[in-house]
Design a protein around this ligand. Structure first.
Ligand SMILES: [Zn+2]
Length: 64
């Protein structure tokens, strides 16, 4: 609890990638704050534009 993970990185496929986001960040995203997410595994960056309890929505499709 407390960390935000991708079970699998949508870009490089790394498992259990810990994102540099805190639950507070996810909450802010939900409130309309746009944040830049840089994946620690492959250094791809995304602008995160929305989220819900399970998903982050980026400005381009996240796919494996
Ligand atoms: Zn990656």
């Amino acid at each position: 609890m407390g960390d935000v993970y991708f079970l699998s990185c949508p870009i490089c496929g790394s498992d259990n990638v810990r994102l540099p986001f805190k639950p507070e960040d996810v909450k802010e995203v939900r409130e309309g704050v746009k944040k830049l997410l840089v994946l620690p595994c492959c250094h791809e960056s995304f602008k995160i534009v929305d989220s819900d309890s399970d998903y982050l929505l980026a400005d381009r499709p996240l796919r494996k």
